[in-house]
Write a protein that binds this ligand. Sequence first.
Ligand SMILES: [Zn+2]
Length: 351
Amino acid sequence: MSMWRSLSPGEIDLAVPGKQCVQVRLGREAELMLPIVIVHNGYGPTILVAGGTHGDEFEGQITVANFCRGIEPENVHGTLVLLPLHNVLACKAGTRLTPGDGSDLNRLYGRPGGDGPAHAIARFVETVLLADVDWVIDLHSGGSAHEFVLSSNLQARLNSAEFETMRDPLLAFDAPYAIVFDEVSAAGDMPHTGTLEGHARALGKKAISSELGGAGRVTPASLGVAEHGLRSLLSHIGVVPWAGATRPDQSRSQLLFLGRPEHYVRNSLAGRFAPTVALGDKVRKGMHLGSIAPLDDPLAPPEPIISPTDGIAVAIARHGLQQAGAGVIYLADTQDRVVRRKEPATKDGRS
Ligand SMILES: [Zn+2]
C-alpha cells in the first residue's frame, strides 16, 4: 500500500490539513509499525477512534478500516485520529493479548513504564495523541471469550451529570442496546483499571465504547450496527455530518444498566457449559440460566446455574468448556431513558 508514509512519533502532526496515512515506527527495528489515519479540515473537535484494542474483536477493526478508506477531508469539520488496528500485533494474530509479552493493551493506560509492544503503543497514544483529543470512541466486542448483545457503552454512574451529558451520544449510536456500566461499584472483577476509555475520562475527555457481538467473528448484523453507529455518533458530535444519522430522540436503543455484583453470573466448577438462555432474553431471579456438567464423570448430574436477579441476558460465554469461577453470563437492568436524578437507581428500590 503505497499510500502509507512511515514516521517517527515525534513527526506526528494532527494539524496538517488533509488526510495523512501514517505507519508510526514504535519498535526499535520497525517490527512495530502502528497504522494511523489522521484527517484534519477546518474547525471542530478532535476525535480518536480505535478498533482492535483487543485483537480478537474484529467488528471495530473492520469498521474503522472501512471508514479510513472512505473518509475524505472535505467531509470533516475538525480532526479525526483513526486507529483501525490499535493493538496491531494482536490484531494480526487475532488474539486478545499482545503476542510475545501477553499484555492486555487495555490495562496499560495511565501506567508509565514497562517494556514490550503494548506498552509502547499505550505510551505513544497517551503522550502524542491524547492531549489534543476531545473524544475517544473505542469499539470493543465480546472477543473470543464472550458474545454480547449489540450495544453502545458508557462508563458512568446512573443519573450522574456525566450520564446526563453522555446519554444523547450513547443513544445516537442507535445499536439495539445502550449499556451504562458502573465499574465504580467494584462489581465482579471490576473496576478495570488502565483502559483507554477510563484514562481518557480521567483526563476530562468524553468517551464512548461498545460491545458489538463477539464470539471471535463478525456477522452481517454486528458489522451493520458498528458501521451505522460510528457514522451516526460522529455526525451527532458534529465532526462528520451524515444525512443517515439517527438523532438521539429517534434512537431504537434499549437503555440498560450493568453494574450490580449480581449482574456477573459465575459458575462454581470447571466443566461443560450449556446455557438455556439466549442473548436478549428476560430472566427472573431463581430461574435456570444453564448448567455446568462436571468434566470427568458423565454420569454426575450437571450443576444448575441459577439467576441471582431479574434482568436481561447481555453476554454469554462462547466456549463450551469453562473454568471454575468464570463469568459465564452477564445480566443488566432495563432503564428509563429519562434522567431521574436524586432518585434510586432502580424503580423499586432494590440494591
Ligand atoms: Zn475488548
